[in-house]
Ligand binder design. Structure first.
Ligand SMILES: C[C@@H](C(=O)O)C(=O)SCCNC(=O)CCNC(=O)[C@H](O)C(C)(C)COP(=O)(O)OP(=O)(O)OC[C@H]1O[C@@H](n2cnc3c(N)ncnc32)[C@H](O)[C@@H]1OP(=O)(O)O
Length: 181
């Protein structure tokens, strides 16, 4: 579907308008779009893949795998993230990172996941956005569940939110606000 701007409104051509033999002859061929990200005054943009998070039952063993077996040059120490109920270790790959996660405290949000996946597994992906609050407003209006009403501060000191995996093709998606400098 293409987007056309006319007198300050964003109007979109309906897909049916492109079927063979049809032409854009009347105003009814157009639909005004008021809620699309492309058209809102309050817009936000998707950025790079910040990290892929892997929940692991043994953080030391997993860190050593990336450091000693795969030869990763930058593997951080384990850091407790008390607000999130996890320990994190970051493996820096240059163009993105791997975040190793292990439960912290007795109410960790990753405990269920590890109970179901005893050897660990990919837990979430984190994609950067330029404005997380505008992103939440827009995404929520499209029927996707955001798991916290307000962003929390994530492992990099930036605001983050999570989107429900059931609304995201079975993948837990974290959005992290990274302001362009
Ligand atoms: C430090 C920070 C940072 O990076 O900055 C972090 O990483 S914090 C990383 C940790 N924090 C978070 O994960 C916060 C967001 N997560 C949550 O709120 C929760 O973990 C949920 C995603 C809602 C899952 O909650 P809970 O484990 O209680 O529910 P549940 O086991 O009944 O799961 C409900 C359904 O979702 C599925 N499900 C659960 N976790 C999933 C995951 N990680 N990926 C894909 N699907 C998942 C289950 O299989 C189940 O599907 P079926 O019904 O089909 O069986």
């Amino acid at each position: 579907m293409g987007f056309i701007f006319h007198r300050g409104y964003c109007i979109s051509q309906q897909v049916s308008s492109f079927t063979k033999g049809s032409h854009l002859s009347s105003p009814t061929s157009f639909t005004r779009m008021f809620s699309s990200n492309n058209c809102n005054q309050e817009s936000w943009k998707l950025g790079h893949l910040n990290h892929v998070a892997i929940a692991v039952p043994d953080l030391k063993k997993a860190s050593e795998f990336y450091k000693n077996i795969l030869g990763a040059k930058e593997v951080s120490e384990a850091v407790p993230q008390s607000e999130h109920g996890v320990y994190t270790v970051f493996v820096n790959l240059g163009n993105t990172k791997i975040e190793l996660l292990h439960p912290y405290g007795d109410k960790s949000p990753i405990q269920n996941f590890l109970d179901k996946n005893k050897n660990g597994g990919i837990h979430h992906i984190c994609i950067e956005v330029d404005d997380v609050k505008i992103a939440i407003k827009d995404i929520t209006s499209k029927g996707i569940r955001v798991l916290d009403p307000e962003p929390k501060i994530g492992a990099h000191g930036n605001p983050v939110v999570f989107l429900h995996p059931k609304d995201c093709n079975g993948v837990l998606v974290e959005l992290e606000e990274v302001k362009k400098s």
